[in-house]
Design a binder for this molecule. Sequence first.
Ligand SMILES: Cc1cc2nc3c(=O)[nH]c(=O)nc-3n(C[C@H](O)[C@H](O)[C@H](O)COP(=O)(O)OP(=O)(O)OC[C@H]3O[C@@H](n4cnc5c(N)ncnc54)[C@H](O)[C@@H]3O)c2cc1C
Length: 495
Amino acid sequence: MRSLDHAIGTVDKRVTLQIVDTLRDIAGPGNVFFGPADAERLEPYAHDETVGLRAEPEAVVRVTSADQISKILRLAQREQIPVVPRGAGHGLSGGAVAVHGGIVLSTERMNRILEIDEENLMVVVEPGVITGDIHRAVEQRGLFYPPDPASLDSCTIGGNIAENAGGPRAVKYGVTRHFVCGLEAVLPSGQIITCGGKLVKNVTGYDLVQLLVGSEGTLAIVTRIILRLIPLPRVQIDLLVPFDDFEAAADTVSDIIAHRIIPTTIEFMERDSVLAVEKLLKKEMPYRDAAAQLLIKLDGNHRESVEADLHLVGELCLGHQARDVLVARDSRNRDRLWEARRSIIDALNHASPVNHMEDVVVPRAELPALLEGIRSIAAQHEVRIISFGHAGDGNVHVNVLKDQIADARWDALVPVVAEQVYQLTLSLGGMITGEHGIGFLRSRYLPMALEDAQIQVMQRIRAAFDPEGILNPGKIFPLGAEASATDPGPLCTRS
Ligand SMILES: Cc1cc2nc3c(=O)[nH]c(=O)nc-3n(C[C@H](O)[C@H](O)[C@H](O)COP(=O)(O)OP(=O)(O)OC[C@H]3O[C@@H](n4cnc5c(N)ncnc54)[C@H](O)[C@@H]3O)c2cc1C
């Protein structure tokens, strides 16, 4: 991996020993890592899950309270030091990477579920709670928190709020923002604010809760979260549907929706991704030779209505020449159907340790055109591109694999392919990221997707929260003259 040791921007002062002493007073000596003596402990905080991106933080602080965060942000303001909030570091756009150096502020120890309120159907959590732990805790009480990023057993709810994470169940239930009712957050000034609450309705002033959701750690650090819950659906049925024709699988997705059925999930896997999973797991997957597979989940409270949807969805799939419809009604069989889908990202990293992932989103009905266009781009550049993802909400993860491509050609190729994929997506009415965020990875491409006027309004909002620009600099917005949509930039690197 190449290191991003350039520091551009206004807040580029260094973390001194004196600052480290103050951090140790605030968070306790065992919770501050700094300097060569802590090199091993600093290393995991130098990257997230974005392939090829790495930048050493000068210091890491593991906090336990909003009060500590407030003191650290006041110190950072005074000393003009960047602060990068971090959950579990499982992001895929470099959001938690300290590309300008400074302090990485980790919420990993703020990991308590504070309350499950069964009267109001709300759960109150700290930002460092692992998302899957929230699922398990509320499900034990017959309640349901639907957002389910595939990384749910490793990412934090704070990271999900900052990225507005989605997941397979977004088709029916929506994404993280649709479940956030209240937030406590620390502003870059150090002030602690409480927005929203255990409220189903609230129009009191601008909606800062929703502004903070998806703000990628650039406006404030979230310290307490109130999430809406719903009753846990009683019935779930899952289907694995193999197709011999790639386009037929894509057309089926639009047809299901056009028939007014909103499944809980419709996931899409190409043959090459299933074969990559086989190599990783060293076992044969069902219908390994099918051109594409759909994974469909249906849920509800009444078996008859879920079975009726199953019947119609099955007929539609077979009408589009599906080779078969495998049905799983219990959790053991469900897990078998989902095994390949859950392992794809690891499998692709295993198949080609150097790869580049895009996360584009289009209106659902444009999915066949998007997938077709991506195949043309792959053919044009003679590069392996494997697509998979959340077909039911038009969100496709496009993976460009380096395989045996020479380094120089790869470095030149990635930005060209990325830009073509973005142009295709935008021409279909889509956007350049559906759930992984702009972060650092895509910041130079923001002007391709948004009008100048929108970017200016967003930058003024950022300045209103953070006039000194200390919080997560270099994320979302392009870096002035350094940013160019045709410049490969420092990110298109090799591991
Ligand atoms: C295998 C794999 C599968 C994935 N599947 C999905 C998926 O299905 N759907 C999806 O949406 N994403 C997915 N992701 C991406 C990733 O898991 C999500 O973006 C997740 O929300 C990141 O959470 P984190 O705790 O790891 O955040 P981090 O990577 O630590 O941080 C992400 C961003 O959040 C900010 N941040 C973190 N905590 C706070 C806080 N308390 N206050 C303010 N800002 C904060 C950081 O500054 C950074 O900008 C996947 C990733 C992997 C590796």
